[in-house]
Design a protein around this ligand. Structure first.
Ligand SMILES: [Zn+2]
Length: 89
């Protein structure tokens, strides 16, 4: 177990995930929304369009898109996974 700072709300918590237990349901909801959107639609050309189409913030999209599942999307949107992971809040 590690001491982590939540990537959504900034709260400190003990877990191996990157968001706190309060935010985990929100993350999961947005992730399934994002997956659903991408399954039914062509990927937009910009992360801003993706954000307005899904209602997910650009900040959260940047974080989600560093996950392996979304690598093809990230490369289309020219998101550098390494840069995404190291982004300062
Ligand atoms: Zn949180």
């Amino acid at each position: 177990m590690e001491f982590n700072k939540c990537k959504r709300c900034g709260a400190f918590f003990v877990s191996n995930s990157c968001v706190c237990p309060n935010c985990e349901p929100k993350d999961n909801l947005e992730l399934s929304k994002l997956k659903g959107f991408l399954a039914e639609n062509d990927c937009p050309n910009s992360i801003e369009t993706l954000a307005s189409n899904t209602g997910i913030s650009v900040k959260n999209l940047n974080r989600f898109l560093t996950q392996e599942d979304f690598l093809p999307v990230a490369s289309k949107l020219e998101i550098n996974p390494i840069k995404g992971i190291n982004v300062k809040l």
